[in-house]
Write a protein that binds this ligand. Structure first.
Ligand code: IMP
Ligand code: MG
Length: 310
C-alpha cells in the first residue's frame, strides 16, 4: 500500500473499502505498477518517487538529478526498477553509483523483476510456496491494516476493561491469528480460553455441537468472546446463550470481521475490526477447506474456486 493507505483506516471503525479510497498513483511504467501490486499483496508500505536527489549542479542550477521509483520505509531502502533497454540500464547504473557517492547514508537498490521477488522473499514477505497462494483473488485487508486495527481494538478493550481481569474466549480454529495478536495488545491481566464448535449439519440452522468445551469457570467473570467473523450470526447467537447460562458477570463480543449484509440473527456486537462485503474470505486464520489460514492478510477467493461455483 502507499503511505496514504497505511493511514486510511484511522477512524474508530476500519473498513475494508479504505484501500480503494487512496488517490490513484500514476505510474510511468507497467513494471512499476506490478511492483506496487506485489508490495500491496504482502502488505509492505511504499512511496512512489517520494524524493529527488540532486546529482550535479552548475552554480545554483541542478543539471542532473535522480528520482528513484520507490521508497520502502520498512527497510529504509530506495528501489529503482530496471528495464530491458540497455542504454537506460547504463544510465541507471551511473545514477545509482553517483547517488551512493554523494549520499553514503542512503540505501538504494537497482532491481530487475527476478531480483525484487528475491528481495521480498529475503525480508520474509514471500509466501511459503506459490501453491499456497493459488486461489487467491485479491487482498481485501493487508497485514499492515490488520496490525493497526488490531492494536486499536486492543487499546479500546484495555480502556473499557481497566481494573478488571477479562476472560477472552476464542472459538477455534479461525480465531487463532486474531486472538494471538489481540491478546498481546491488551496490557491488562487477561485469561484466555478456547472452545471448538461445529455446525451440527451444514445448513444454516444455527445448531452447533461443542467439540471442545471451556476449561474455565465463567461464573462472575468478565467474559469477552473473540470471533474471527460473524456471518449469519447463528453460531454466535447459540454460543452466547450457552455462555450466558454459566452466569458471567458480563458478556461482550469482539469480532475481527463483520459480514453484516448476511445477518439473520441480530446479535449484539461490541467491537468490530472491519465490516466486509458479502464475499467469502480467507487468510489470517480463516480457511477454505482447512487451507489458507497461514496467510498474513485477508483475501477473497478467485471466482469459481469454491465447490459448487465451478
Ligand atoms: P455464522 O454462524 O453464519 O455467523 O458463521 C460464522 C462462522 O462461519 C465463522 O466462525 C467461520 O468459521 C465461518 N465463516 C463465515 N464466513 C466465512 C468466510 O467468509 N470465510 C471463512 N469462514 C467463514
Ligand atoms: Mg469460526
Amino acid at each position: 500500500m502507499g503511505d496514504t493507505t497505511a493511514d486510511a483506516g484511522g477512524e474508530t471503525r476500519g473498513g475494508a473499502e479504505t484501500r480503494e479510497e487512496r488517490p490513484a498513483v500514476r505510474f510511468a511504467h507497467e513494471s512499476e505498477e506490478e511492483f506496487a501490486k506485489i508490495l500491496d499483496f504482502y502488505g509492505i508500505a511504499w512511496q512512489y518517487e517520494p524524493r529527488t536527489f540532486p546529482l550535479r549542479t552548475e552554480g545554483e542550477v541542478v543539471v542532473e538529478a535522480f528520482t528513484p521509483d520507490f521508497y520502502l520505509p520498512d527497510i529504509d531502502t530506495y528501489i529503482e526498477l530496471t528495464t530491458l533497454k540497455q542504454d537506460l540500464m547504463t544510465e541507471k547504473h551511473h545514477k545509482v553509483r553517483m547517488l551512493r557517492q554523494l549520499h553514503p547514508g542512503v540505501k538504494v537498490k537497482l532491481l530487475n523483476k527476478r531480483d525484487y521477488l528475491r528481495l521480498l522473499f529475503k525480508y520474509g514477505f514471500g509466501p511459503p510456496s506459490p501453491k499456497s497462494t493459488e486461489g487467491i483473488h485479491r487482498v481485501l485487508i493487508s497485514s499492515a491494516q490488520l496490525k493497526r486495527r488490531v492494536s486499536e481494538l486492543g487499546a479500546q478493550i484495555s480502556k473499557d476493561y481497566a481494573g478488571k481481569t477479562p476472560l477472552l474466549v476464542g472459538v477455534l480454529k479461525g480465531v487463532a491469528c486474531f486472538m494471538a495478536d489481540l491478546m498481546r495488545q491488551i496490557p491488562l491481566p487477561v485469561a484466555v480460553d478456547f472452545m471448538a464448535i461445529s455446525s451440527f449439519d451444514n445448513t444454516e440452522s444455527g445448531v452447533v455441537r461443542i467439540l471442545k468445551d471451556l476449561d474455565e469457570n465463567l461464573e462472575g467473570r468478565d467474559v469477552l468472546v473473540v470471533e474471527d467473523i460473524i456471518d449469519t450470526g447463528m453460531t454466535l447467537n447459540h454460543l452466547l446463550g450457552y455462555l450466558r447460562a454459566r452466569r458471567p458477570a458480563s458478556l461482550k463480543v469482539c469480532t475481527l470481521l463483520d459480514k453484516r449484509a448476511r445477518r439473520l440473527v441480530d446479535v449484539p456486537i461490541d467491537y468490530v475490526g472491519f465490516e466486509i462485503p458479502d464475499e467469502f474470505v480467507i487468510g489470517y486464520g480463516l480457511d477454505y477447506r482447512q487451507l489458507y489460514r497461514n496467510l498474513s492478510f485477508i483475501a477473497t477467493l478467485k471466482p469459481g474456486w469454491m465447490e459448487g461455483d465451478r
